[in-house]
Structures are given as structure tokens and as C-alpha cells.
Design a protein around this ligand. Sequence first.
Ligand code: URA
Length: 440
Amino acid sequence: MRMYDLIMKKRNGEALTEEEIIFMINSYTKGDIPDYQMSAMMMAIYFRGMNEDETLALTMAMAESGDTLDLSGIAGIKVDKHSTGGVGDKTSLALTPMVAACGAKVAKMSGRGLGHTGGTIDKLESFPGFSTEIELDAFEKNVNEIGISIMGQTKDLAPADKKLYALRDVTATVDQLSLIASSIMSKKLASGADAIVLDVKTGSGAFMKKLPDSVALAEEMVRIGNGAGRKTIAVISDMDQPLGYAVGNALEVQEAIATLRGEGPEDFTELCMTLGSYMLVAGQKAENELQARGMLQEVIDNGKALDKLAEFVQAQGGDPSYVYEPDKLELASIREEIPAPAGGYIQSIVCDEIGICSLILGGGRETKESEIDLSVGLLLHKKVGDKVEAGESLATVYANDADKCRQAKERFLSAYTIASEQREKEALIKKVIVPSSWNE
Ligand code: URA
């Protein structure tokens, strides 16, 4: 087989066979196919697309290009959750202990934040001592004993995706549906969970800004997951404004803890309830979503979800006292309000701009190597549809540098539109992609 012929075939709009895709991915991972040929192939795929069979074959080939986790040492159905990323998205911090407190087994691999979106690992590291750099043995033991563990992605997980993603990033071929879906799902499949609940974001703070694109991506990932024998469902949720009120690592941890105490923001709580109910059904801990919701509410009301977070933090080397005394989490020393320039109603918030404000303050990464400041961020006081008086605070900025604080405030103001008419709030859950096999 020759890569040249495969490029020509795709360039001419023909479908590649499974055998051809396996050859291409294996050879590229080994270094036998040069970047320039693979770049040409990515561009051909960008313009010609891939059908469902090709996308599944590509995903499987990338998932099998390195280590695949064998979680058979963990009893029961292992459930994973993945978000395509957004601003203020601290969902895993609250959701995973809620679900584990109801008896589900949560075995999750997470990443760090990059660009305007935050990552679960960074947020968890706000707990002094907490580490996700744990061995597989400890990961399995924690899931078996307390029902939850989160580890950083191992170096050899889906190495083909790592190489291809870096290539796509510099050849303008990231935003192609089959390539995104296969990239995300190859890592999920290699991580070994039996069931996967996907949270696909849509809106100005999301990777996919338009609802039809988010739906198409969600459908493709659900098809791949179920095609690979993993029970997979996708919830499409709003990211046209930040989730909850807190943006920034330690601030988000505090908001997640408030949520586990039943005192969280309405939108964030609702998202945790929705995703959690599908995780409990997929993990066969509840018969239906309604029953699952009741179970999730109970573990919030009786404090078991909060206790589960404390157990999880302790099991991974963190100080659990911070779970019960979240005010101990270090927050930046400069605190400044952002006054509304006019009165009226919040019409819109350019969501990724709020993520960029956090990035300016030092709370996010420009490059993979950047060090981040966990103590900085923004606490919003007004969201879309809220009434605001002129001069009233839209948000509090937490900064450690006066100049960065000034820059973030300026940028923040340009992201908010205030108008005299009140705009209706958007629905948080836009759509759920349920496979036909869901109730089997
Ligand atoms: N996230 C991924 O992991 N891969 C993509 O291609 C896009 C987003």
C-alpha cells in the first residue's frame, strides 16, 4: 500500500477502506509516513469528508495506536463523562462525586486547560497536595474502594491523535467534524470506560459556536461510541454565557462545593442533574432519569455527595478539610468591581471573551507549558436577562497584578451588551442525542 495512492483516492472523493485507514494511522504513528503526506491527507479529508464507516475506522485505529486501559480490575460498569469545554465549566468537580455517592463507578481521565477553556486537573490542584499523576493500580483501587478516581492522560494514550492533532493545528484542518469526533472519541475509547456521557457545548464560549454543528458533532460521537460497543449518549448544553457565576480555578472549586451543598447556581445545578441522571442510568444504578434525579437530590440533601468529594480529594493526596472549609482556598489579593456603564438588562455576553479575561489574569494557559495562577478569576454578578442599574457591579475581578486587572476589566466590559429590553433566557439543555439502544 502507498500513502500517495490513498491521498489520491481521498482527493478524488472516494471512501478509504478500514485496511487503508489502519495502514495510514499505524505507519504515521511509527514515523513511516512524513508530515507533508499526512497534511495533504488531512486537507483532502477536510474538503471531501469521511463517511460513518471511515470515521469509526479512523477512531478505532487511533484508539489502538498506543496503550488502551484495561479496567477489568474494577468491578461493575465504569462510567466516564466528557465535556467539549467551555467557560466556567467546573462540572466534573461536582458531578463525579454526586454520581459516585449514588453508587456508580466513575473512572475518568482528564486534561488540563488550554486557551480560554479551563481543565479539570488544574481546578482539582487548587486543593493543596492533590495529584492526578497516579499509577493505574492506585486509580483502580480508588474506583473500587470509593467509586471515583480522576487521572491525567497517560503519555501513550492514543499517540496517533496527539501527533495528528498537532499537525491539524498548524495546517488549518482542526475544524472538520469527522476529525474532531474521531480525535475526542479515540481518547475516550482508549481510556476503557464501559459507558460515556458526552456534554457537547454550543455557543460563543464553545468549540462549536452554532447549534446545528454541535448537534452534528454530538450525533457523530454517539454513533462512534455505540459502534465501538460503549453505551454513549450526548447532551448538548448552552455555552453562550459562562456556566454558573465563577470563572477561574479556585473560584470554580468553591462554586462546585456550594453546589454539592445544595447552594449552587441554577444552571450549573441543572446541568449536573441532567448529566448525572444519564450517568446513573448508563451505570445501571437507576432505572430511569426521573429516579436518578431523586437519587442525586438525596445525596446533596444528606451531605453524602460532599463527603464523597472529601474522600476523593484525600485518596489522591489532597487536604479534605478544604472541602468543608472552602474559604481556606487561596484567592488573589486584588479584588475590584466592574461597574455597569449603563442601566438596563443584560442582552448578551460574548462568552469566550470572559474566558480570555481569566487568561489575561493568569488563570489559563496560552501554551501547554504555561504556569497558571489558580487564585485569579472573575465572579459574575449578572447574567443574560438580569436587570442592572448603572454603576452596579457586573462582576468582581480577582487579580494578583494591577495591570492585568485593568486589562481584564476593559476586555470584560466589551463582552457585555446592556439594552433596555429584557431578553428571554436561553434553554440550558438544547438537545439530548439518545441512541436507539439506550433502553436495552
Ligand atoms: N478536542 C480534541 O481532543 N480533538 C479535537 O480535534 C478537537 C477538540
